[in-house]
Every structure is written in structure tokens, then in C-alpha cells.
Design a protein around this ligand. Structure first.
Ligand SMILES: [Zn+2]
Length: 69
């Protein structure tokens, strides 16, 4: 799916609980996934704008700066 809309999925580093933003085009493809801040993520789960991304307890500040939604 390449429909218009917010462009990031929520990813998570397996070594911490920090959430990162993964470009939607990349998240739709196979792993490995890399967040916009350059951190490899092990899991992609839902929308960056949602509670597993910006709404989570520990969103990556760099991803937050680079991907406001
Ligand atoms: Zn990040």
C-alpha cells in the first residue's frame, strides 16, 4: 500500500524499549529496518503517530525531531 498519509511506522529497538520512526515505504518491505535516526530496529508495530510511537513512554528524540508524525 502506498496511499497518502503520514509516512512513518513505529519501530522498536530490541535492546531497549525506545520507539523509533521507520519510513512507511521501508516498513512495508522486508527487514532489516532502519529508523530515520539511523538506528536499526528489530520490530515494526503500528503507526509512529500512535501509542507505540510518539505516544509511547520513550520515543526517540531524534526520530521525533525528524518525523513529527
Ligand atoms: Zn530514532
Amino acid at each position: 500500500m502506498t496511499s497518502a498519509g503520514s509516512g512513518h511506522a513505529a519501530g522498536r529497538d530490541q535492546e531497549s524499549s525506545r520507539a523509533h520512526a521507520v519510513p512507511r515505504d521501508a516498513a512495508d518491505g522486508p527487514p532489516p529496518w532502519v529508523a530515520v535516526c539511523g538506528t536499526p530496529v528489530a520490530v515494526v508495530q503500528g503507526s509512529w503517530a500512535g501509542r507505540r510511537g510518539l505516544g509511547s513512554a520513550d520515543p526517540c528524540p531524534e526520530c521525533r525531531r525528524l518525523a513529527p508524525d
